[in-house]
Design a binder for this molecule. Structure first.
Ligand SMILES: O=P(O)(O)OC[C@H]1O[C@@H](O)[C@H](O)[C@@H](O)[C@@H]1O
Length: 600
């Protein structure tokens, strides 16, 4: 039951053992259990313990497991005395502070309570966005109402997306100004991260200006390499860099990356916390709040405008696995992970009597899994009712895609392709390269679609890198250009790209009636392949997930990088990211091919 919708909460379950529980009250994430049984088992030779049930009483679920960092364990603190019945904001988890942070600083917002009303309003569960081994994602909505307008006379819509992967939780807040006047707001994600406060350290904040709420708002510059919270701490760091590490030595480590949330508050009340009625005794010893936000300045959103801020928290265990550090030098990159639903053949060799289902990737992930009840039951039913039709259309699309793949065998990026640059020359070279493919030399970036996907990633010896893209996303264009170049430089690694809508990846399925009468054109097909199709057969894609990169070895999914551009930025570039993970050789091992010189 990957997405369990209950009357007052939604629980996301990841197949590897992770889970996240989100209350409709405040869309407050009250539990994030991160980790993988399989990773733990393969790392330690032990079977992983069952994670605490996310529906168990919070106090029971939230055991701090300092000695077992690899085990699926609770990453958030929720006070045992927290109210979860909607009577007051939750003391713990991830409350959303909106439209203000702290007490109202502007006269016009003086009717609002500290941290605004988003954390104390009941949100609606809108839809399941993604339901796959790559991640499970749900979306929550809060819109202005008579009640909010009494306090805050601005029409708005908030959309909050919570995405759970094996070792990551991503929360993304979108704000829409649905009114006719500019909308000014602050926004902050008030994370209570579970861990021993006495040992906690946050970095890098050295040299960052901050407002010290403990010293009546005094302004100062952080002098410490690692910020601790051993004394009462309440600091709002401004323009703090957006990427932080929170460590609870010796075991727990989290990395937090953000988008559009430039400031960060570090808060732990220590003994003064005992004055909070909903703080469990000594609770302040068991968490640190690291709260990315847009708070130093208000965001001003024009009518019709949209703003989004996002954070991604990853437990350090995953980073160690991905870097290969956990396994010494014997293991190049990462242990086998949960097979992708995009690759149902997984590590099995295709059996001659049971060939892999070529349409598997056209089926919406999570389909047929029971448990989407309530509001989402309607959408599930609609999905299932449309499934046969969708598969038929998918087959048609696959045929189209085959033609497209043939055409895409050159090393052109889709931007080059759409501009019609150098197609002839590259295609000739591409044909030469096809002959070399038998010797496991690829040398070009290829488009792959539904029909060809499973076969394309089933390379026995070579690494296969797949860029899941959408032509409307600028970052996909840059990545595509880079991968086209890397494909030439590293001909022993196979580089593919697949359009997200084609695979049904990260799609936002809307009710079929909503778009049945509209048509759209595939604008990035080569001109002779323009094709009108009914929009209902193509799901809308959640662009926040893109670009995504999947990496396969022997048909098995080894890496899933949602928003790989962020990942690459941290690694120093896409090439470095791939080198670091053993997917391509380091620069010294780069295969410079003389016979590639006629490609450019
Ligand atoms: O008690 P509340 O309203 O949840 O706020 C908790 C704390 O939240 C932090 O973000 C603030 O910086 C603190 O000043 C505040 O005390």
């Amino acid at each position: 039951m990957p997405v369990d919708i209950q009357p007052n909460r939604v629980v996301l379950h990841h197949p590897a053992g992770a889970s996240a529980t989100i209350l409709l009250y405040g869309a407050t994430v009250i539990s994030w259990i991160s980790g993988s049984h399989s990773a733990l088992a393969s790392a330690s030779g032990l079977a992983g313990p069952a994670p605490p049930a996310p529906t168990a009483p919070l106090g029971a679920a939230a055991q701090f497991t300092s000695s077992t960092p690899a085990a699926p364990s609770e990453r958030l603190f929720v006070s045992a005395l927290a109210s979860l019945d909607g009577s007051k904001p939750v003391r713990g988890g991830i409350p959303i502070c909106w439209p203000i942070f702290g007490p109202p600083s502007r006269e016009e917002y003086k009717a609002l309570k500290q941290h605004g009303f988003a954390r104390s309003s009941v949100w609606t569960y809108a839809e399941t966005v993604l339901d796959a081994a790559e991640g499970v994602s749900g979306r929550f909505v809060l819109e202005s109402s008579e009640q909010t307008e009494k306090l805050f006379p601005h029409p708005f819509k908030l959309v909050y997306t919570v995405t759970l992967a094996e070792h990551q939780l991503t929360t993304s807040l979108r704000v829409y100004n649905t009114g006719t006047a500019p909308l000014a707001f602050q926004a902050l994600l008030h994370n209570y991260f579970r861990g021993e406060a006495a040992s906690a350290g946050v970095q890098p904040l050295k040299g960052v200006r901050f407002v010290d709420k403990v010293r009546d708002g005094a302004r100062d510059t952080e002098a410490r390499e690692i910020v601790d919270v051993r004394s009462y701490t309440d600091r709002v760091y401004e323009a703090a860099g957006g990427a932080y590490t929170l460590t609870f030595p010796p075991s727990a480590h989290l990395s937090i990356k953000t988008h559009n949330l430039p400031d960060v508050t570090v808060w732990n009340p220590q003994e003064t916390g005992s004055g909070m009625a909903d703080m469990e005794p000594g609770g302040w010893e068991r968490y640190v709040c690291v709260e990315p936000g847009h708070v130093a300045r208000f965001v001003s959103l024009e009518p019709g405008g949209e703003w989004w801020g996002q954070q991604n928290a990853m437990d350090r265990f995953e980073q160690l696995i991905l870097a290969g550090d956990l396994f010494g030098d014997a293991t190049p990159a990462s242990p086998p992970r949960t097979p992708s639903t995009l690759s149902p053949a997984s590590s099995r060799s295709p059996s001659p009597s049971l060939p892999p289902n070529p349409h598997a990737s056209s089926v919406q992930v999570g389909q047929g899994v029971p448990g989407r009840t309530g509001v989402k039951g309607v959408i599930r039913d609609a999905r299932e009712a449309n499934q046969i039709e969708r598969e038929r259309k998918s087959r048609e699309l696959g045929e189209r895609q085959k033609v497209w793949e043939e055409k895409g065998r050159g090393a052109l990026s889709f931007r080059e392709e759409s501009e019609g640059k150098g197609r002839k020359m590259i295609r000739v070279a591409g044909e030469e390269k096809l002959a070399e493919g038998a010797r496991k030399r690829f040398g070009h970036l290829r488009e792959v679609g539904v029909e060809g996907f499973v076969d394309a990633v089933e390379e026995k010896d070579a690494w296969v890198v797949v860029h899941i893209y959408d032509p409307d996303v600028e970052a996909c264009h840059s990545l595509d250009t880079t991968l086209a170049l890397l494909a030439r430089a590293y001909p022993h690694t196979k580089f593919l790209r697949a359009r997200a809508t084609t695979l049904g990846f990260a799609s936002l399925l809307s009710a079929p009636s909503a778009s049945a009468d509209r048509t759209t054109r595939l604008d990035d097909l080569p001109e002779d392949e323009e094709w009108e199709y009914e929009e209902e057969e193509q799901d809308e894609v959640d662009l926040e997930m893109l670009p995504t990169m999947l990496v396969y070895k022997a048909g098995e999914l080894r890496e899933t990088w949602i928003r790989v551009d962020w990942e690459a930025r941290d690694a120093g570039g896409v090439e470095q990211l791939l080198v670091k993970n053993g997917i391509i050789p380091s620069a010294s091992g780069k295969q410079e091919d003389d016979d590639d010189s006629d490609w450019d």
